[in-house]
Design a protein around this ligand. Structure first.
Ligand code: NAP
Length: 312
């Protein structure tokens, strides 16, 4: 059997992403001992009942003691406080990382607390579902998905390589970029789409002339796919928007301009412009399928007539 990437791994937070890391690390023998901390006794007890770790700690400092790698798996806005709590217990040479959906803000919150003898390598696995908590995780979550590493300039190359190797073993493809570039890319590929979903589902909820039951009944016309995204965790997404404000506002500005142009196309009957855009966007969808980031099964691969949709 291959050596684990990290003989001792500490997970601070054990929701969807933390528990998926545990499952995937065990599947790949990528970690030896897994030490787990979560803020509330109920979540920690649930993680223990599910057997997600080898030790469970009410105090985050106890979880990270002697750990070769520590991964913060908590909402972005809680990163600074978590770093302050673990800093005094970190082992020299340890790798400190995270999974936050925003990177520049995490760097600004975490870096000032860390001692010079640890290596800080922020990361973002671009994979998830709309489910939360320790029960939501599964080993295949990161398979063939991207994990973006955003090491600050001057980070020890060997530490970056070790984290790279860890995520590869978890099934992910790995790319390195600056935190600022990450935040711009994710603003358009993830953050603004979530905002649009939250907004359209909110708008439907406020309508007076179309009833709530009609919205539910006819949701397969497109609305249903927005509701899946709009069911994502409120705490996580509040923190994403508060912590990636500039990039989201930049992309939202462009989106609003393009929406105004579409509004104009519709008002003045400019069918050619609509047709041309819809043809280009269809090609983007086909490109995503070709890149292996989505299935080409009709209706997102939904099992028709067999009950529940698969998460994802
Ligand atoms: P989750 O399932 O809701 O789990 C959140 C974890 O963080 C729980 O252990 C929770 O502990 C803890 N937590 C919540 N608020 C906290 C606070 N104020 N201080 C300390 N701990 C706190 O969340 P998740 O989906 O795993 O997301 C975790 C991170 O992954 C976020 O930064 C998110 O941006 C990132 N991410 C998420 C996705 C996704 O699709 N969900 C994808 C990629 C990256 P208790 O239950 O004990 O309160």
């Amino acid at each position: 059997m291959t050596e684990p990437a990290f003989p001792r791994l500490a997970l601070i937070g054990i929701g969807l992403i933390g528990s998926s890391i545990s499952h995937a690390a065990r599947r790949a023998h990528a970690a030896g001992h897994i030490a787990i901390h979560s803020r509330t006794p109920a979540t920690l007890a649930r993680a223990e009942a599910l057997g997600l770790g080898d030790s469970y700690h009410a105090d985050p400092a106890d979880a990270v003691r002697d750990a070769d790698a520590v991964i913060l798996c908590i909402p972005v806005g809680a990163s600074g406080a978590a770093a302050a709590a673990i800093a005094p217990a970190l082992k020299p040479g340890a790798i400190v990382s995270d999974v936050g959906s925003v990177k520049a803000s995490v760097v600004a919150q975490v870096a000032p607390h860390l001692p010079a003898f640890v290596h800080f390598v922020p990361a973002h696995p671009v994979a998830g579902t709309e489910y939360s908590g320790p029960d939501a995780g599964f080993a295949a979550l990161f398979d063939n998905r991207w994990c973006i590493l955003t090491p600050p300039p001057g980070t020890d190359a060997e530490a970056v390589e070790r984290l790279h190797d860890f995520w590869r073993r978890l099934g992910a493809n790995v790319e390195v970029m600056t935190p600022e570039h990450h935040d711009l890319v994710l603003a358009i590929t993830s953050h603004v789409p979530h905002l649009i979903a939250y907004n359209i589902v909110g708008t439907a909820a406020h309508l007076e002339t179309v009833t709530q039951s009609e919205v539910m009944k006819f949701s397969a016309g497109g609305f249903r796919d927005f509701t899946r995204i709009a069911a994502s965790d409120p705490t996580m997404w509040r923190d994403v928007f508060l912590n990636n404000r500039e990039a989201v506002l930049e992309m939202l500005g462009r989106f609003t301009e393009d929406l105004a142009a579409l509004q104009r196309n519709i008002r003045y009957g400019e069918g050619d412009a609509l047709f041309e855009l819809f043809t280009r966007t269809r090609a983007i969808r086909r490109g995503i399928i070709a890149a292996g980031q989505e299935t080409d099964a009709p209706d997102f691969g939904r099992p028709h007539g067999s009950g529940e949709d698969a998460p994802g």
